[in-house]
Design a protein around this ligand. Sequence first.
Ligand code: MG
Length: 223
Amino acid sequence: MKKAYFFDMDGVIYDSMPNHAAAWEMIMQRHGLNFTARDCYLNEGRTGYDVIYEALRSKQNREVSREEIEAIYKEKTESFVALGGAKPMRGIKEVLCKLKNLGVQIWIVTGSGQKTLFDRLQTDFPDIFSREKMITAFDVEHGKPHPEPYLKAWKKSGFEKEECVVVENAPLGVKSGKAAGLEVIAVNTGVLTFDDLKNAGADIVMSDMYELSDYITKEYVKE
Ligand code: MG
């Protein structure tokens, strides 16, 4: 049995990716860029700035100014906020409660930098998360796919690498976890194919949180 689970947040704890994808698609289209939901999922984990820079450069083949990128990102953020808050992912509460009852440490490792994140987690998942077991945008120099976020969580946990496991939904997040030398379970909660996640290096690919919940039960029974 693993002693610590490191959970990504967007697309794992919260079903926030459909709103991100809708906001990105709409704003990119407004600026003459073809950017699909799939593009959104493939880029998940990159900063908004980098996503816009790449899209403008690769699809319009021109240099772009920082002001232009920041203006587009502001539009994206406004449109995302207007879509309303995301709900917890289907089945995630069962997974978290099961781990808690088994005495497994539960961490959040996210590129998100929302200041109100912890309060929101406390409201949606009472007594599951603690501030000390969170690595956010404020704690790292390099975001995913760099290994730093997961390496930090692992070091702070004090466990061996084999005792920890990462749960991710995005190829760049999977790469980050694998680069940190950890086992990675990918849960395909969005529009990607299983191969997108497998090719990024995921050790196991699952279709939803119910499958993860069953997997945890089986792992526990084995011991
Ligand atoms: Mg994610």
